[in-house]
Design a protein around this ligand. Structure first.
Ligand code: ZN
Length: 204
């Protein structure tokens, strides 16, 4: 366990997505996050009394989240998560872990190798980088600073729930996210399933 983080600023941001969906989020920043990165929490909606807040850990993906890249499914996953969390009440943790923690330039290097035939994980290995460099200690600190004792997790990635539990977060249920397959990202999604036990069903 790490020292607790504290809330630095909480400010309302009106979100509006490309498809017209709108919702107000409270953006929360923190003091004392263990990795020193500027992660931000978006508090969305309010859980009904007795309900467990719904939480998603979303790793930053500049190409997918901001530019709408179809090489991955991050943009549609973010869009889905915001609405589902706003409906249920909960928090989206936007984690500055571009390219599963390897950074933007390395991610684009890996894309170039993938165009030569490697999958997303083999490309990282060829670059001497870890398949997945993400650690969720700061995410656990953010949930603690927000006073969330127990959470339901919106995720297909078993490593997120396992790590959070290891850091003392009471993960009660995990709920699957949708699958956003396209011609451009199918190979990427299959690699996620084969390498990391992601629980996504893909038509073969
Ligand atoms: Zn992405």
């Amino acid at each position: 366990m790490h020292a607790p983080a504290t809330v630095r600023t909480r400010v309302t941001i009106p979100l509006r997505f490309a498809d017209g969906y709108r919702v107000d989020a409270d953006a929360v920043t923190f003091h004392g996050l263990v990795d020193g990165l500027e992660h931000v929490a978006l508090v969305l909606g309010t859980p009904s009394p007795g309900d467990t807040p719904l939480v998603r850990l979303h790793s930053e993906c500049l190409t997918g989240d901001a530019f709408g890249s179809a090489r991955c499914d991050c943009g549609p996953q973010l869009r889905e998560a915001v609405e589902r969390i706003a409906d249920a009440g909960g928090v989206l943790l936007y984690l500055r872990q571009e390219g599963r923690g390897i950074g933007l330039y390395n991610k684009l290097d890996a894309y170039a190798l993938q165009d030569g035939g490697l999958d997303t994980y083999a490309a990282n290995t060829a670059l001497g980088l870890p398949e997945d460099a993400r650690d969720y200690a700061a995410a656990a600190q953010m949930l603690g600073a927000l006073g969330l004792g127990g959470v339901d997790l919106l995720s297909n990635n078993p490593d997120k729930a396992a790590q959070l539990r290891g850091y003392g977060v009471d993960v009660r249920e995990t709920r699957a996210t949708g699958v956003f397959a396209s011609g451009s990202n199918l190979r990427y999604l299959r690699a996620k399933v084969e390498h990391t036990g992601h629980t996504i069903e893909l038509a073969s």
